[in-house]
Design a binder for this molecule. Structure first.
Ligand code: C2O
Ligand code: CU
Length: 502
């Protein structure tokens, strides 16, 4: 069935079928003499002990399993987490202990990664780096303190599993925050192919055969098998994405069977928007409504008004709208792909918007570059102790996506680890030397964008540009940084940043 991936996964299982001591052994195969903090090191336990705790335990069982979904009349055989969805997110208060027993009913090993959380390293869900993968039929207990309030999500960190239905929101509330809105909705955006046209494993295999570089050509997107040529968006600096998706979803629903959100005219509604896509940036907006952006990647920003906002894969934005009177299109335009996801906001009578209801065109929808961190979450000013440059390279012809010339091998994730030291202020320079944009993500920390910009964990890095961000190294462990295009990441655009033992 699916070829190279399964072989790799199998190897990865056997490579990590070792004890924790074996994990430590990985670092001795490197040339470096440095030793790194391990997921089971005292430093990890000590960092967890310092987190503010409420004493409340939120306990959930999570089952990853195959199902057949009805996507607007199309049957899709796929994999999901039973009992969680956009309308049933995992939810707790900051400081609560989240205890999730993950049972794997899939035919392949899996893990759960808690995207955006500065959590204890041994619960980060990265196979052969922070834990052994959870085999078919096995159960693994995730248990950690919820470190910060905000809009987060979770997904597997094995192969291309996240491009199936394996994702759901994790919402962390701050009971002391005064809610300046009447209700809130979680809005999860996704590009969908699994079980409709093909599987993510097959897509990766097609991509790995290589594609002609189509730079310059502008004929609109052209489908070739399950890939796309010539999908471009000026908002993304050119090439927008490489994968053909037959469907785009909001909260698991395609445009011909949209979710309807109901409210009363004049109500203020907080939207928590999450891009759970594999290869698609979305421009999100609500027809005839202004967005007041209040948060990105969980962290507050100075309120910013916009008609629409661009989300790369992995990014989240919270925005407040004041509901008008009638029925309105909630639209997520799949940038460069000439298609969109749709939901409906209904507060009164009026016919439902058409499937192809468009957002007004605008040259400059909001992006992270327009935002400033709220003062209470801005990093204190101080000098940078260490700069790590991450040179993003690779292309479509060889599908050889890499960081600093190295393609991640998940059997040896510590091989080229970049060292940092607890207590440092670290600058990360994402230098994009490719002709394509990349949504770069850092595990375990929330960095700040330059010039008082927002705190974030995932950022769009446009082709030919360098994005320099800073974070405080205050969460010892071994952390990935990678492209959140699941196909780029799986092809090798990942690196490990590891704390050195003092
Ligand atoms: Cu949501 Cu390593 O990623
Ligand atoms: Cu990428």
């Amino acid at each position: 069935m699916h070829s190279s991936l399964n072989r790799r996964q199998f190897l990865s299982v056997s490579a990590v079928a070792l004890t924790a001591a074996g994990l430590a052994g990985c670092s001795s195969t490197t040339k470096k003499t440095t030793s790194f903090v391990r997921p089971d090191s005292a430093a990890v336990t000590a960092a967890e002990a310092k987190r503010r705790r409420t004493g409340t335990v939120v306990q959930r069982a999570l089952t990853a399993e195959p199902v057949t979904l009805d996507l607007g009349g199309k049957a899709a055989k796929t994999w999901v987490y039973r009992g969680t969805s956009a309308t049933e997110p995992l939810r707790g208060n900051v400081g609560d202990t989240l205890k999730v027993a993950l049972t794997n009913h899939l035919p392949d090993p899996t893990t759960v990664h808690w995207h955006g959380l500065a959590l204890r390293n041994d619960m980060d869900g990265v196979p052969s780096l922070t834990q052994q993968p959870v085999g078919p039929g096995e159960t693994f207990s995730y248990e950690f303190t919820l470190p910060e309030p905000g809009t987060f999500w979770f997904h597997p960190h094995v192969g291309t599993q996240l491009d199936r239905g394996l994702y759901a929101p994790l919402i962390i509330d701050d009971p002391n925050e005064k809610a300046d809105y009447d209700k809130e909705w979680v809005i999860v955006l996704d590009d969908w192919l699994d079980g409709v046209t093909t599987t993510p494993d097959e897509v990766l295999a097609e991509l790995e055969k290589g594609m002609m570089d189509h730079g310059g050509m502008d004929m609109g997107p052209m489908r070739m098998g399950n890939t796309l040529m010539g999908a471009t968006s000026p908002l993304l600096g050119g090439d927008a994405g490489d994968v053909y998706y037959p469907l785009y979803l909001i909260n698991g629903k395609p445009a011909n069977d949209p979710q309807t959100f109901t409210a009363k005219p004049g109500e203020k509604i907080r939207l928590r928007i999450i891009n759970a896509g594999g290869d698609t940036a979305f421009r999100f907006g609500v027809a005839e409504h202004q967005l007041t952006i209040t948060h990105t990647d969980g962290f507050p920003v100075e309120p910013h008004e916009a008609e629409s906002v661009v989300l790369g894969m992995g990014e989240r934005y919270d925005a407040v709208i004041t509901a008008g009177d009638g029925a309105f299109a909630v639209v997520a335009e799949a940038l460069g792909k000439q298609d969109q996801a749709l939901a409906v906001l209904r507060t009164g009578s009026g016919s439902a918007p058409s499937k192809s209801a468009k957002l007004p065109q605008t040259k400059s929808p909001a992006t992270a570059a327009d935002l400033r961190a709220a003062s209470k979450v801005a990093l204190p000013k101080r000098g940078v102790d260490r700069t790590l440059t991450l040179d993003l390279s690779g292309g479509m012809e060889k599908y050889d996506w890499a960081i600093n010339g190295k393609r991640m091998d998940m059997d040896q994730p510590m091989r080229d680890a970049l060292g940092i030291v607890d207590g440092e202020r670290v600058a990360l320079e994402f230098k994009n030397s490719t002709t394509m944009w990349h949504p770069m993500h850092l595990h375990g920390h929330t960095y700040q964008l330059p010039g008082g910009g927002p705190r974030k964990d995932t950022s769009i890095v446009l082709p030919g540009t360098t994005l320099r961000v800073e974070f405080d190294a205050d969460n010892p462990g071994r952390w990935l940084t990678h492209c959140h295009n699941v196909y780029h990441g799986e092809a090798g655009m990942m690196a490990t940043i590891a704390y050195q033992e003092n």
